[in-house]
Design a protein. Structure first.
Lengths: 485, 219
């Protein structure tokens, strides 16, 4: 959890030009050891504190933190020192070690052995997954919510072309990051928007659930207004805090769910780097919006065993693959797979066009499968995600949800294959979503519902039109359905 | 029931029968937990039984038609999203086909239907070919309330034969759009006219009151 305060945070905000006397008071008092009383009875056990920014206040900051760190260590709290970009990491490491910090977080990872944990903290574009740290912090997440036009003076949600609300989510990037990093622990560090009301816990719960549902974590960050309320022990602020820490406890209690693997008969294949970064990433983002489960495959990992269980692959990159990669993909098609490719894909190998089901794509038969190639260059990832779903057909759907317009879902399975998990995040921020039904194209013996308060209810299957559905109880921002085979 | 009405054979034997279904709204929305067929969609068992009886009576082709909400995807795909099985209808009789009539569909042009007597609102409507390429037309209704019309039955069901590429909120200005977008608000309040390739309203300055334009009649 971010624990901002002290001279460095004041200097940072002064640089941005908006520090009031009240803010200064709060940032000073927040580093008082007594502030740690707020953590009593919670699962929060690691605080990220401002540590070094390469400015004269560094020494004062570190001095201010001494008693907080000492008290924290007495009650089992660890500290990670945040080192601003450009600061000399070597000296920050030395001071952090001396002060008893557990690690530092830094964008710059210098060469050499430090015998002290350094956590990479980078933007997406600067992320390097080869670092030995098992933890990586990403610093440029979006605040997850239904996108609104409030900034433009219109208090309405923005809708996509078919009328479903547009959602800002980090989920797709968490899924991608976990693949690229080969299952490092991924944390997202981003701050709440200033206008958040301290009485409302839902936005914080969405931020947390959006990361957790995709196997990552959010570094909890509270607005100044909420911290101010908590400092005064305001009952409404404390209730918001209670709900946030309750949610954190819930996810800690289900940490094993993070080891579950994504289910999906569709894979998105790309190098996920420039110039393909935008198109491939947005396809992932918009597949999430369609409740269409997918797997992420990078070009360097395409082998027959990696493609096992897939029925369709989107080749998202602008180039036409060659060599072994092309051979693997064509072998996948010949065995009955569906390959959806951009217009740059050059079809050969004796394939011939079959009757096209759409105006935008040419369809080719190859062996038992199909290659479907866009007639024109892909411009709009929303359109691509929609067309992919149409080309695949809904008969291949792994799950369907009703009355879940403002939600995204994830579908994962336990390593032993005995448990399946559907997690639903409701981005509307409404306190309650009700009458959501779920259908899974899978057989299961039992189903159990969970919400963030930890309530757990056994669900009965309801047969509608010959298909077993589950009717979920009302829930707030998050629901999980665990199914046993 | 059909036998008591005189039987289907004389009407449909060797003919092409078009059935306009009533599948209002999106397939992912329900009234509470209630499946769409049990609330405001025609029930799939009614569809299946009707198809079966029409087939048994000798219908040569049976086309299931609807203009699903804001999409040019196939009717089968639309049904699947509601957890229906289009295959059940295919196996209920031979010669069963589906068509999404919310856009041009499989034809090269829209079919023009003139309204006898010049029409109250429009002289003619431009529709998907399926409503012309048939010998028998069936409006398979759902008995339900409607906020303006009072009740939805066979005639109100036919609101949905109009393609939103021409009569929808996102219809093209000059020519029909390629894909349908939005609903048919222009019928209810006249906020805009159809694509210019089709006839405009006879009296575009008439009342925009929904109750005037869609009378609350049940006869």
């Amino acid at each position: 959890m971010k624990w901002p305060g002290g001279p460095l945070e004041i200097a940072r905000l002064e640089k941005q030009g908006h520090v009031t006397p009240e803010t200064k008071d709060l940032l000073q008092s927040w580093l008082d050891p007594s502030s740690l009383d707020l953590l009593q009875g919670t699962v929060v056990n690691c605080l990220v504190v401002n540590w070094a920014a390469g400015i004269p206040q560094d020494r004062e900051q570190q001095s201010h933190l001494t008693s907080l760190v000492q008290r924290g260590r007495e009650v089992g709290v660890e500290f990670i020192g945040w080192v601003e970009a450009g600061e000399d990491v070597s000296s920050a490491v030395a001071s952090a070690r001396a002060a008893g910090l557990s690690a530092i977080a830094s964008e710059k990872i210098p060469e050499g052995q430090f015998n002290f944990p350094i956590v990479p903290a980078t933007t997406r574009s600067k992320a390097s997954w080869s670092h030995t740290s098992s933890l990586h912090i990403l610093t440029d997440g979006v605040w997850p919510q239904i996108r609104s036009n409030i900034e433009a003076g219109k208090d309405v949600a923005v809708a996509g072309p078919t009328g479903i609300p547009w959602v800002n989510s980090n989920g797709w990037y968490m899924r991608l990051s976990r693949t690229l990093s080969i299952d490092k622990t991924i944390c997202l560090a981003f701050d709440p928007p200033g206008e958040l009301h301290p009485d409302k816990a839902e936005p914080y719960l969405i931020a947390m659930a959006d990361a957790e549902a995709y196997g990552a974590h959010w570094v909890i960050s509270l607005s100044e207004r909420l911290r101010g309320g908590m400092a005064k022990r305001d009952p409404k602020a404390m209730e918001t805090w209670r709900q946030i820490t309750n949610a954190a406890a819930f996810f800690r209690g289900h940490a094993d769910w993070n080891r579950y693997q994504p289910q999906g008969i569709l894979a998105v294949l790309s190098d996920f780097s420039r110039p393909n970064e935008f198109m491939s990433g947005e396809i992932l983002n918009l597949l999430c919006r369609r409740h269409l489960p997918f797997r992420v495959i990078t070009k360097d990992r395409v082998t027959a065993s990696y493609l096992d269980g897939l029925k369709a692959i989107i080749y998202a990159d602008a180039d036409s693959p060659k060599g072994d990669l092309r051979e693997e993909l064509l072998a996948f098609v010949k065995k009955g797979g569906l390959l959806i490719a951009p217009s740059s894909w050059k079809v050969s190998e004796g394939t011939r066009p079959s009757e096209s089901a759409s105006e935008a794509y040419d369809h080719y038969k190859l062996g038992e499968g199909r290659i479907v190639v866009a007639k024109d260059e892909w411009q709009d990832p929303y359109q691509v995600a929609t067309e992919v779903h149409l080309i695949m057909g809904h008969s291949l759907d792994l799950l369907r949800l009703w009355n879940a317009g403002g939600t995204n879902s994830t579908y994962t399975v336990s390593p032993d294959g005995k448990s399946m998990l559907v997690q639903i995040v409701n981005y509307s921020g409404r306190p309650e979503t009700d009458s959501v039904s779920l259908w899974l194209n899978a057989s299961y013996r039992s189903a159990r519902f969970w919400n963030l308060e930890g309530d757990s209810i056994a669900l009965n299957k309801v047969t509608e039109l010959g298909k077993a559905e589950l009717h979920l109880p009302a829930f707030g921002v998050y629901a999980a359905v665990e199914l046993e085979t | 029931m059909f036998d008591q009405l005189g039987g289907l054979g004389n009407l449909v034997k060797g003919k092409t029968v078009a059935i306009k279904l009533n599948l209002t709204g999106g397939p992912s929305q329900r009234m509470d937990y209630v499946p769409l067929g049990n609330s405001y969609w025609v029930h799939p068992s009614v569809v299946g039984a009707t198809v079966h009886l029409l087939g048994r009576a000798g219908a040569r082709h049976i086309r299931l038609l609807e203009s699903p909400w804001s999409t040019a995807e196939s009717l089968e795909e639309f049904m699947l999203q509601a957890n229906w099985e289009p295959g059940d209808f295919l196996s209920a009789a031979s010669g069963v086909e589906f068509e999404n009539t919310n856009y041009l569909g499989r034809a090269k042009r829209y079919s023009r239907f003139w309204v006898p007597g010049g029409g109250h609102m429009f002289k003619a409507f431009d529709l998907n070919h399926s409503y012309e390429d048939c010998d028998v037309f069936v409006s398979l209704a759902k008995l339900k309330e409607h906020v303006t019309a009072g009740v939805t039955l066979s005639m109100k069901n036919c609101f949905g034969i109009t393609p939103c590429t021409i009569y929808g909120e996102g219809a093209g200005e000059d020519e029909p759009s390629l894909a349908p977008r939005g609903g048919r608000r222009m019928f209810h309040d006249g906020f805009r006219q159809p694509s210019k390739s089709s006839f405009p309203e006879n009296h575009p300055r008439s009342s925009s009151d929904g109750g005037y334009r869609v009378p609350r009649r049940t006869e």
